[in-house]
Design a protein. Structure first.
Length: 339
């Protein structure tokens, strides 16, 4: 018999089919709302992480130089991204998973270029720099390791009176020209002229400059060892003396009459550290321009930051890399440039 007009089909429980469908829809909507409501805290953390990476220059240095401390280890903030993603998936939170895309995009925008290999052939001059560590137990071996890089120009920092003769003896055969100013030195296969210390406001010499007469032309080479920074519980990231020295070094390089300039040394700061703006604003990092990866150089046992730098002005970098570990707590670094 035909069903009466207006009557509804019943399900097995006696409820109408349309009512059952509505009930299922309400349950699904309630479940969907939970999918979006869960993980709000994770989403907020993801947004904050993105803001720190994007606006790191706005973090004040007035309290413990927090801004510079953040900038020194800025790439490592990326490790929190997969952690937040996993937590979002565990919580089954669509909000958290989508929010994690924000810091991921910011990190890739800031550091993604360092993940590609930008090295290429060419370049007639190879330079290297190494903080050899005043307490290095094997200065002779360290010197030979750096010379084995094939660099025509080598800068060493943290030289001591006791170890200096060992370095000079080990490098004499490969580098007929050299000069030591205070605790920094420059060894070269090409003649050096105009060598002098550079005052970086320390009261003793930890920086120098010299003109290297390469076959492609004259290049002003600066060697510098910025004062150390410290992380203290009571005062945070203490770097005031480093910052003053960086400003003095920046002024010296700005006044350099030669167009072609190379800076080698331990700057105790990364390219992201605003405290080095006096230097980084007028020079290019060879690692950033022509390196592969981050090129972390310190500490040697587990490198977490590139505080050893090779920077250039008026010179074209073609490749940049770190050298194998020596007896120092820093890794040596090298670059090849086109003069």
């Amino acid at each position: 018999m035909a069903q009466a007009y207006g009557s509804e089909e019943r399900d097995g429980t006696g409820h109408s089919g349309s009512a059952a469908r509505l009930r299922r829809l309400r349950n699904r909507l309630r479940s969907d709302r939970g999918l979006w409501r869960r993980g709000i805290v994770l989403a907020v953390l993801a947004v904050l992480l993105a803001l720190v990476m994007l606006l790191h220059a706005q973090i004040p240095n007035t309290i413990g130089n927090l801004g510079s401390l953040t900038e020194t280890f800025l790439p490592w903030l990326g490790v929190f991204i997969p952690v937040l993603l996993v937590l979002g998936l565990v919580r089954k939170s669509a909000t958290a998973v989508i929010a994690v895309l924000l810091p991921a995009i910011v990190w890739l925008n800031v550091f993604g270029g360092l993940l590609t290999d930008k090295q290429h052939g060419g370049g007639g001059l190879t330079v290297a720099t190494h903080n050899v560590n005043a307490e290095n137990p094997d200065p002779s071996g360290t010197a030979k390791d750096v010379a084995a890089s094939g660099a025509q120009v080598v800068a060493l920092e943290e030289l001591t009176t006791q170890a200096l003769p060992t370095y000079e003896k080990a490098l004499a055969a490969a580098y007929p020209y050299h000069s030591v100013q205070g605790t920094v030195g420059l060894w070269s296969k090409y003649p050096l002229t105009g060598t002098r210390p550079v005052d970086i406001k320390l009261g003793w010499t930890r920086a120098m400059r010299s003109t290297v007469a390469t076959p492609e032309g004259r290049v002003a080479v600066y060697v510098a060892h910025m004062p150390s920074v410290r992380v203290k519980l009571d005062s945070g990231f203490t770097a005031s003396q480093r910052d003053k020295s960086a400003n003095a070094l920046g002024e010296a390089i700005a006044d350099e009459p030669l167009d072609k300039v190379i800076l080698l040394g331990d700057l105790n700061g990364t390219m992201n550290d605003r405290a080095l703006n006096a230097v980084t604003s007028q020079m290019r990092s060879t690692q950033g321009a022509a390196g592969s990866g981050f090129g972390f150089s310190w500490p040697a046992a587990f490198p977490m930051a590139r505080i050893d730098q090779i920077m250039v002005r008026g010179v074209e970098p073609v490749s940049s890399w770190t050298l194998p570990e020596t007896g120092s707590d820093h890794l040596p670094i090298a670059a090849r440039v086109e003069v």
